[in-house]
Design a protein around this ligand. Structure first.
Ligand SMILES: *Cc1c(COP(=O)(O)O)cnc(C)c1O
Length: 373
C-alpha cells in the first residue's frame, strides 16, 4: 500500500534530534513562550527573509490574528471586505469571518488553481480593504499582478501561505533578495499542521511580516493582548506557539528546502511520465515558485480513478470535495455560483507526493495511472 502521506516515516528521519530536544525541554522545565519559541521565530523570519515571525497556535489563528491586528492597527474595520479565492480550503474564509470581516469570493485561474487576478478588479467595492491570495497546493499566486492591483486600489495584500513554506518568487533581478511568503505582501499566515511541508508533531502556526507595529500587536494579541504580564492592552486570545512544537520545528526547518526539492523532482517525474488522455496534469512553470504541497490532477471520472488506484494499493485524496460556498456552515454563500470552482472540486485528485516516496513507488504510481482506462 502506497500511503498518500507517510507522516510517521517523514518524522522518523529526525527521531534522534527530537529525542534530544525533548530531553532538554524536560530538563529545563519551561513550558510556555520560552527560548524554543524565540529561537524558532528568529530562524523562520531569517528563512523567509522577513523582519518578524510570530509563533501562534495554528494556521487558522495565524490568519485571524493578522486580521485582528490590522483592525487594531487602524488599517481596516469590522465589516470591511476581503477578497479571497472561492476554491480555497475553508480556513481562509473562516479566518475572515472570525475577525468580523466579509469574505468576497473570486474564481481561480483554471490552470494554476490560484485566484484569477483578472477577476479581482470587478470584485473591489468601497468596502474592500484586503486581498488574501492563497498559494494553493504550494504554488505562489500571481503576486506581482495582485500587488499591482492592490497598490492601484490602495488595498493591503495578506497571504495565506499555509501550503507554501519555502516557495520563492522568481525574479529576473539578481540583486533582489529571494522573495518568499511574508516578504511578498504585508503579512503572511503559515500553518505547521503535521501534513504541511514544514509540519510540527501537533498543531502550530506562524505569521511573518516586515511591519514593526503589526508584529508588536500580534505578539500581544496571541498572548491575551498583553505584553507585560497582567497588563492587557487589547482583547487578545490564547494562541501561542507551543515550546515543544517550536523545538521540533527548529529541527526540521534546515531540511525544508531539501524536502521541497524532492517534492519538485517527484512532480517533474509525474509531469513527464504520466501520459493518459483522460487526465489533465497540473500547470508548473518549472521554477521554485511551487513547493508541491500537493500534486493535483484532474479528470472527469475522478471517483472512478480514485477507486481504481485504491484497489491497486495507491492511496489518494481530494482537495477539496466541497467548495466553501456549498458548505452547510456557510449558508450566506449558497446562492452564489462559481462554475470554475465547482467543476474543479468535482474533478481534482491528489496523488502521493511526499519526500519519503521511493523511486519504485513513484514508478508504480506512474504505471498504474497510465494503465487506467
Ligand atoms: C492548513 C491550512 C490552513 C489552516 O491551518 P491549521 O494549522 O490547520 O489551522 C489555512 N489555510 C490553508 C490554505 C490551509 O491549507
Amino acid at each position: 500500500m502506497i500511503k498518500f502521506l507517510d507522516l510517521h516515516k517523514i518524522n522518523l528521519q529526525y527521531e534522534e534530534a527530537f529525542q534530544e530536544k525533548f530531553k532538554s525541554f524536560l530538563d529545563k522545565g519551561w513550558y510556555i513562550l520560552g527560548d524554543n519559541v524565540k529561537a524558532f521565530e528568529k530562524e523562520f523570519a531569517a528563512y523567509c527573509g522577513t523582519k518578524h515571525c510570530i509563533g501562534v497556535g495554528n494556521g487558522l489563528d495565524a490568519l485571524v490574528l493578522i486580521f485582528k491586528a490590522v483592525i487594531q492597527h487602524g488599517k481596516m474595520q469590522k465589516g470591511d471586505e476581503v477578497i479571497v479565492p472561492a476554491n480555497t480550503y475553508i480556513a481562509s474564509i473562516l479566518a475572515i469571518l472570525q475577525a468580523d470581516l466579509v469574505p468576497v469570493l473570486v474564481e481561480p485561474n483554471e490552470h494554476t488553481f490560484n485566484i484569477d487576478p483578472n477577476k479581482i478588479q470587478q470584485a473591489i467595492t468601497s468596502k474592500t480593504k484586503v486581498i488574501l491570495p492563497v498559494h494553493l497546493y504550494g504554488q505562489l499566486a500571481d503576486m506581482e499582478t495582485i500587488n499591482a492591483i492592490a497598490k492601484k486600489n490602495n488595498l493591503l495584500v495578506i497571504e495565506d501561505a499555509a501550503q507554501a513554506h519555502g516557495a520563492i518568487l522568481p525574479t529576473s533581478n539578481s540583486d533582489l533578495p529571494t522573495l518568499k511568503p511574508g516578504n511578498l505582501s504585508y503579512a503572511a499566515g503559515f500553518s505547521f499542521y503535521p501534513g504541511k511541508n514544514l509540519g510540527a508533531l501537533g498543531d502550530a502556526g506562524a505569521i511573518t511580516t516586515n511591519d514593526d507595529e503589526l508584529a508588536k500587536i500580534i505578539f500581544s494579541l496571541r498572548n491575551y493582548g498583553s505584553e507585560t504580564k497582567y497588563h492587557n492592552d487589547f482583547i487578545g486570545v490564547n494562541s501561542r506557539l507551543d515550546e515543544i512544537q517550536a523545538s521540533f520545528l527548529s529541527v526540521k526547518l534546515p531540511y525544508l528546502d531539501n524536502e521541497n526539492a524532492i517534492r519538485r523532482a517527484i512532480a517533474k517525474r509525474y509531469l513527464s511520465e504520466i501520459k493518459n488522455d483522460k487526465i489533465t496534469l497540473p500547470f508548473y512553470d518549472g521554477s521554485e515558485n511551487h513547493v508541491f504541497h500537493l500534486f493535483v490532477i484532474r479528470t472527469e471520472k475522478r471517483d472512478d480513478l480514485q477507486k481504481y488506484l485504491s484497489e491497486n494499493g495507491i492511496q489518494t485524496m481530494i482537495h477539496y470535495p466541497i467548495p466553501p460556498h456549498k458548505q452547510k456552515a456557510l449558508p450566506q454563500f449558497h446562492h452564489l455560483s462559481f462554475p470554475i470552482t465547482e467543476k474543479m472540486h468535482d474533478e481534482v485528485l491528489s496523488l502521493p507526493i511526499s519526500p519519503v516516496l521511493t523511486q519504485e513507488e513513484i514508478d508504480f504510481v506512474v504505471k498504474m495511472v497510465n494503465q487506467w482506462t
